[in-house]
Design a protein around this ligand. Structure first.
Ligand code: ADP
Ligand code: MG
Length: 260
């Protein structure tokens, strides 16, 4: 199993879909909170220049002196950009937008994150990487550092073409950079239970990806927009609400698959 393969070091998940607004950040934050609730040690790495994960834990990215940019571009130890909140957060700020260009001429540019994580992997059970809405060098770094990928998919605007593109990138990374990488699961998000369309979208996903589609579904609710404004996960903001339970259920499913 994965435990033996990782020898006690953290298992690394990337949350990836090159489409924006599909709940990558929401899933990273709330699954991290759900794992933390179960006593697991989680580091969430914000690899998006928009710094939504950082902000959603109540951290102002503009106030940061150092961020993931310095880790990736200058080799700053990742510990220096980690802040303790509901779980540990390796913070991003807008300067990360310049990281891809700054890294582009470096040898080993695809492995900068994997290298940085080595120093802290023993201190966590899980590392979750939130990625930007593109398949550029930042996302390639996440996929190179990860053991598994969770792909949130917005059921309202299902893009099969986008998913095939993501699969192609994953195959390339697997071949050239990281043979371990696998899709852990595809997560239907922003599911509007009242519409026929959402049901059809999930059916299309299941026809194409079979049991790689999680049994868990994340329904649409305003709680997910409210919680980050307060700097909280939904598990902290509304601990007994349906939104919190949806991510607790996903945590159970992921942990069940991982058999740690
Ligand atoms: P991404 O990181 O993929 O761009 P986000 O996690 O930032 O996506 O989510 C996009 C927007 O949708 C955010 O405003 C978020 O609060 C909202 N959102 C995410 N999940 C849900 C949900 N299940 N129901 C309603 N709104 C959601
Ligand atoms: Mg995001």
């Amino acid at each position: 199993g994965t435990q033996a393969q990782n020898e006690g070091a953290a298992l690394v998940y990337a949350f990836t879909n090159q489409k924006g607004g599909v709940a990558k950040t929401t899933t990273t934050v709330n699954l991290a909170a759900a794992f933390t609730e179960r006593g697991l040690r989680v580091l969430a790495v914000d690899l998006d220049p928009q710094a939504n994960l950082t902000m959603s834990q109540g951290i102002d990215p503009d106030s940061l002196e150092v961020s993931m940019y310095d880790v990736l571009v200058h080799g700053l130890p990742i510990k220096r950009v980690i802040k303790r909140r509901e779980f540990d957060v390796a913070c991003a700020s807008i300067d990360l937008a310049g990281a891809e260009i700054a890294m582009s001429t470096k040898i080993g540019r695809e492995r900068a994150l994997a290298k940085a994580l080595k120093a802290v992997k023993d201190e966590y059970d899980y590392v979750f990487i939130d990625t930007p809405p593109s398949l550029g060098l930042l996302t390639i770094n996440a996929l190179t550092a990860a053991d598994k990928v969770i792909v949130p998919v917005q059921c309202e605007y299902l893009s099969m073409r986008g998913l095939i593109q993501l699969q192609n990138t994953l195959s390339m990374v697997k071949e050239e950079l990281n043979p371990r990488i696998e899709i852990e699961g595809i997560l239907p998000t922003l599911v509007d239970t009242r519409t026929v369309h959402a049901k059809e979208a999930i059916e299309i996903l299941e026809e194409n990806f079979g049991d790689r589609v999680f049994a868990s579904r994340i329904n649409k609710t305003i709680r997910f927009a409210e919680a980050p404004v307060k700097g909280m996960s939904v598990l902290k903001y509304d601990p007994d609400g349906k939104a919190a339970y949806a991510y607790r259920e996903l945590a159970e499913e992921v942990l069940g698959n991982g058999k740690r």
